[in-house]
Design a protein around this ligand. Sequence first.
Ligand SMILES: Nc1ncnc2c1ncn2[C@@H]1O[C@H](COP(=O)(O)OP(=O)(O)OP(=O)(O)O)[C@@H](O)[C@H]1O
Length: 280
Amino acid sequence: MSFTLQSVSVRHPSAASAARRTLTDITLSIAQGEQLALIGPSGAGKTSLLHTMACALRPERGTFTAFGDQPWALNSRQRHAMRARFFLAPQTPPMPPRQRVVTAVLAGRLPQWSVWQALKSLVKPIDPQAAFDALARFNLEDKLYARVDRLSGGERQRCGMARLLVSNAQAMLVDEPLSALDPTLARQTLAILQQEAAARKATLICSLHQVELARAHFPRIVGLRDGRIVFDERREKVTDEMIAALYRNAREDIAAAPQAAQPGFPSDIASPAAVLPRCF
Ligand SMILES: Nc1ncnc2c1ncn2[C@@H]1O[C@H](COP(=O)(O)OP(=O)(O)OP(=O)(O)O)[C@@H](O)[C@H]1O
């Protein structure tokens, strides 16, 4: 098993103590080599779930196991060693603007390198061929020595994916990898991620706003809403109705609901807010 979460609840450390939890009662088991898409509306908790699995957020409750160990029961050195087994690719990859693409891509090797190797690679990239090969998968090999701040948003995002490829992660935790890409590039990029994960038998967990791509390409789909799992199904079991319910906006519900008359107001006026414009 790559990850097992049993009744896990998470609250962001910076959130007010009275704020509702970011994730509530999450139970999920993900086998090594599985490919799974996380979908759900903005603020559903997709990023927070990926961060929890990457040990960047500590559960407030429940049991979290990664690769057979409970990371938060380990000491920080052991937890750091465990982090080398997975790679979290954020939506906007952190890359110093003046850095060369080759260095930014090779940062995917940082978890495997000693401090000395990391410093050495900053001065003279240790394995530029690996960065070149990874960039070539995304047709970006000509950007090897370009500065990061000269890249378009989509190029930058694909550099982040090239960084993921040079890591030797056994689990790839990828947050909205397609958000800056046109539809053709989005499909190609997703195919490369899935091929790479399959080739190295790595687990691939991808948060996506492109629901149709998720349904077309991922065997397992987890729908999140308001920090809870709404469904966790094989893709053939996910229906249009489940998707519509997952993304239904609370405002749509209010608009669709019959307007109940309130005491003290004429029957065609539902609330004080509704009457205000009529006063002026
Ligand atoms: N650093 C933070 N401190 C406090 N609350 C946070 C923090 N980051 C996210 N949240 C809250 O946690 C909830 C889940 O956010 P999260 O980013 O995980 O959702 P998401 O599904 O990834 O959204 P999106 O699709 O918009 O990226 C939201 O209510 C958000 O406001």
